[in-house]
Each structure stands twice: as C-alpha cells, then as structure tokens.
Ligand binder design. Structure first.
Ligand code: ADP
Length: 270
C-alpha cells in the first residue's frame, strides 16, 4: 500500500506547540497514476513502431527500390498495411477515450440478435472462404428481441470474429452459436485455432495485452479489441469470458441479460 504522511505544525503566536501528522492511504491514486503512465508509454510505443517501419521502408523505396518490379510493390504494401494498422489503432484509442469519459452511454433498443449475428457472419464469410475456414452460425430459435446498442454490439462481434479468424489457420473452424440461458442470452464464438496459454488468460482483456506481440502486429492487431469488447458488454449489464487451450482453440462467451420490456413485447407479438 502507498501511504502519504503530511506533517503540519501547530503554532500559537510564533511558538510552535507541536505537530499534527496525517497519514493517508493513497494506494488507489497511486495505482491510477501508474496505470495512466503505463498507458501513455504503451500508446507512444505502439505508434512509434509502425512509424519507424514506415520511415525505413519509405527510405529504401526512395533510394531506388521503387523501380524494382518485385520489391517496389511489396514494400509499398508493407507501408500501406502499417498505415492502416495505425489508423485502426488511433480509432480504437479514440473509442477507449470516449468510453473512459463519463458521457459515454449505450443506446439500447429492442434488437433481433439472430438478425445481428447473421449480419456478422455475412460480413466475415468472404474472409473465411478466402482462408479456407468453415464459418457456421447456429441459432436455437426463437430468441426474443433483446435491448442492445446495435452498432456497439456489432463491434463486439466484429472484434471476436476478427480474432477467431486471425488466430485460426486454413482448414480450421469458427462457430457462432446463440441460445437462451435462463434470464440470459448466451452467444459463443468458438474457433479451432492456436489457442492461448493458461498463464496469459487472465490478462487478455487488458489494454494492449497480446500473447505474441509480433504475431498480432503482423496480423494487423492493436491489442485493444478485447478490452473494447469487454467495456461494451459490461455497459449492457452483460459478461464476457474466454476459455482456451493451446493448439485446440478458443471460445469466447458473451452473456447478455434479457430485458423485461423486450420480453413483454415479444410475448405481445407471439
Ligand atoms: P489483437 O488486436 O492483438 O488481436 P485483442 O485485444 O483482440 O488484440 O486480443 C488480445 C490478445 O489475445 C491477442 O493479441 C491474442 O494474443 C489473444 N487472442 C484473442 N483472441 C484470440 C483467439 N481467438 N485465439 C487465440 N488468441 C487470441
């Protein structure tokens, strides 16, 4: 724990009669301050890396590689990928900073989760086909409409699907499933990919935490996807958890509370 001692003299006239020592526990402040410093250091590092790469690729292009028919386009592609990742990083950072501000709210409206998940699957179908990954969606119908911020929840599933595809090799499987679970709706995104070592599991939702930094970077990751997903799910009163086994695959489970109003509306339309 961090303790701060403040000593104040007690005077009567010009004579010092004693002192008062105030001992305060500043552990929480210290922790916040340390986290803030770490965050700033992380952001700087995360931005400097792609900028340095960009700079060196542009330099060699300028030094004549540009006219090389094979290396020229390849180096330009690297420069473009790094730029795109940087844009994603800044976008994710802005979103986190919005989440951290107290004006951030989820705008919930009754939403068909089935429809939303079909849309997510469609978005990733092309990418899955291209990488020879079998993408499936299983819905145990009927799912009542639930109160969701559609755009934000889309982002959660976008992040989960993008991870599942990123960390699964050709020939693998990614399965999305949704079912009712008492007062909850449970959605799982399971893959047969590389998995996560047990010792890394407790930290994967931390900002910037990546099991394999180089690999994540190469695949265009920012290390912020899961932490943003967790913030959004929590803002819906839900929970997100991740289970994984190295070499076997990963399953992310999102549990969302069924909203009473939405349930009543569903009963009305049934
Ligand atoms: P990133 O942009 O690096 O993917 P995330 O916050 O989305 O960042 O995920 C954090 C880390 O968790 C990833 O870098 C990766 O190491 C691990 N991870 C997340 N999802 C999966 C998955 N489906 N399979 C294997 N590892 C995963």
């Amino acid at each position: 724990r961090f303790l701060r001692i403040t000593i104040m003299p007690i005077r009567r006239g010009t004579v010092q009669r004693g002192v008062i020592a105030v001992l305060s526990d500043v552990t929480e402040q210290e922790t916040l301050e340390r986290e803030r410093r770490e965050f700033v250091a992380n952001v700087s590092h995360e931005l400097r890396t792609p900028l340095t790469t960009l700079k060196s690729y542009l330099e060699v292009l300028q030094d004549g590689v540009m006219s090389d028919p094979e290396l020229g386009p390849r180096f330009l592609r690297v420069a473009q990928n790094e730029t795109e990742r940087m844009i994603r990083l800044v976008h994710d950072l802005l979103q986190l900073s919005r989440i951290d501000s107290n004006q951030w709210r989820v705008e919930k409206a009754p939403t068909s989760l089935a429809h939303l998940l079909r849309q997510v699957k469609e978005r990733f179908q092309f990418q899955a086909d291209e990488r020879n990954i079998a993408l499936s969606l299983s819905l145990v119908e009927p799912l009542p409409p639930i109160a969701l911020d559609r755009d934000k929840m889309l982002q959660v599933f976008d992040n989960l699907l993008s991870n599942a595809l990123k960390y699964t090799g050709p020939g693998g499987k990614v399965s999305i499933a949704a079912r009712m679970d008492g007062p909850w709706v449970t959605v799982t995104v399971a893959d047969t990919g590389i998995g996560i070592p047990a010792e890394d599991l407790p930290r994967v939702f931390d900002r910037f935490y990546r099991v394999d930094k180089a690999r994540s970077r190469e695949l265009g990751g920012t290390g912020l996807g899961l932490s943003i997903a967790r913030e959004i799910v929590r803002a819906h009163g839900g929970e997100i958890a991740l289970d994984s086994e190295v070499g076997k695959g990963t399953t992310v489970t999102v549990r969302l509370p069924l909203d009473e109003e939405a349930r009543a509306a569903d009963a009305g339309t049934a």
